[in-house]
Design a protein around this ligand. Structure first.
Ligand code: ADP
Length: 242
């Protein structure tokens, strides 16, 4: 099969989807979309389409997983078979198991679990369409769904990736850039407290590039936070204002 390489960037820094180096894809978030969940959110992050549902606090099954001193958080990130161009096996892949783990670890510092001993808060994430950066978009929806469920939180969690494409540092890596670029670095931030709760790097960056990439991702996280905040305001304050 002949693989046609996409031109990732023009000379003047315009990316394959028409964005500038520091431009996010369009993001929209809708809160409270699932009637059976305690909290939920639907996010469109570029072409990513992801649903997050939160259930709990509720009894833990199996019981031996319960913690008598605190609630526990469980996360499942799942890609639907039709979410990518070739059918994805619906059974959980190593990648989905890894992403479920990092999403849980990225959310956990923000969630106050000590008031809910012996219970679990389940976060289910269904990726309906994936287009690069789905773990960040999933985290963004999950954090909003937790807030929608009324779970006490220290802060929201806002995630966005930055990366290196055609030797330039770019914000919010899309699928082509992820596949053919030089580095992809997803970052999650508790935007008001300043804690970084997720940092992964696929690729190689020089120390200076790493610093720029981190600053770029953090700017992206703060912009994502504004969208998350607005989405929650829209549901809980009729005119969307405080
Ligand atoms: P992320 O979605 O967080 O960037 P990866 O870097 O692992 O995670 O994946 C990048 C992109 O590759 C995904 O968003 C998706 O578009 C695509 N992808 C992931 N898994 C598959 C798969 N099994 N088949 C086809 N495409 C996939």
């Amino acid at each position: 099969m002949v693989k046609i390489m996409t031109q990732l960037m023009t000379e003047d820094g315009i990316r394959c989807d028409g964005r500038r180096l520091d431009e996010l894809r369009n993001i929209s978030i809708k809160v409270g979309v699932l009637k059976n969940a305690d909290g939920s959110a639907y996010i469109e992050f570029g072409k990513n389409k992801i649903l997050a549902g939160v259930f709990g606090p509720r009894d833990v099954h199996p019981k031996h997983m319960a913690n008598p001193d605190s609630g526990i958080l469980r996360c499942r990130y799942h890609m639907s078979p039709f979410s990518v161009t070739e059918r994805k096996n619906p059974a959980p892949s190593r990648r989905e198991i890894e992403i479920s783990k990092v999403i849980k670890e990225a959310l956990q510092p923000a969630v106050i679990l000590k008031d809910y001993p012996r219970t679990v808060i389940d976060v289910f994430i269904e990726v309906l369409q994936a287009d690069g950066g789905s773990r960040c978009a999933a985290l963004d929806a999950a954090a909003v769904a937790l807030a929608d469920a009324g779970i006490p939180m220290r802060d929201l969690v806002s995630a966005c990736a930055a990366g290196k494409v055609a030797d330039r540092i770019v914000l919010d890596v899309n699928n082509e850039e992820d596949q053919e670029g030089q580095a992809d670095m997803p970052v999650a931030l508790m935007p008001n407290m300043g804690n970084i709760t997720l940092l992964q790097l696929d690729g190689i960056l020089k120390p200076e590039e790493f610093k720029t990439c981190m600053q770029t991702a953090l700017v992206g996280c703060k912009r994502v936070y504004e969208v998350q905040r607005k989405a929650l305001m829209e549901k809980y304050f009729q005119n969307g204002e405080q």
